[in-house]
Design a protein around this ligand. Structure first.
Ligand code: CMX
Length: 141
């Protein structure tokens, strides 16, 4: 059966970095990106720098606290790809559908992520080795 949930495509890839300022400088000075949008995402205990607009952005992630899951990731695996984020039409319906299909959800209800979007994660062990974020962006006013 074809799923009813609507995956719109890759919203961003997130890269865990040890020093946000150093990594931002590399993206701007070496790769030639325009300066990013910076944000503290308190609920996730991270600071983010987002390059680009709309779909297909790049997000640099840096922990704000040693208890952050990103701090644990850096300690264990070092800098590198942390997760991919897929934009969906209706995150609540998508989570219900994934749960019914036995997906390894880390969140059964959405939390608030970068940019005020609703987000939820699927465990990397149940997603072919890649931590996967589902996101429903805030509605335009
Ligand atoms: N990508 C791929 N594999 C990962 C991973 C990641 N990001 N994080 C952990 N793993 C692997 C580990 O290497 C480990 O594998 P092995 O068992 O083979 O060693 C396994 O998953 C368990 O890892 P762990 O170190 O014990 O980590 P935890 O179980 O404590 O936490 C996870 C892992 C994914 C459950 C946790 O990081 C989580 O809940 N993440 C979701 C929230 C999040 O990442 N927020 C930050 C970003 C927020 C934002 O973008 O705003």
């Amino acid at each position: 059966m074809h799923p009813t949930g609507k995956a719109k495509g890759l919203e961003h890839v997130a890269i865990a970095v040890k020093d946000l300022e150093v990594a931002v400088q590399y993206y701007v000075d070496v790769l030639g990106f325009a300066p990013p949008e910076l944000e503290v995402v308190a609920e996730q205990k991270v600071r983010t720098a987002i390059f680009g607009h709309g779909m297909g952005r790049i997000e640099l992630l840096c922990p704000t606290d040693p208890s952050s899951s990103v701090a644990k990731f850096l300690e264990k695996r070092g800098e590198g790809l942390h997760h991919v984020c897929i934009e969906v039409d209706d995150i609540v319906a998508t989570l219900a559908e994934l749960k019914a299909k036995g997906a390894q959800l880390l969140d059964e209800t959405p939390k608030i992520g970068a940019g005020g979007a609703q987000v939820a994660f699927i465990h990397p062990k149940g997603a072919h080795g890649v931590l996967t974020e589902l996101r429903q962006g805030p509605r335009a006013h």
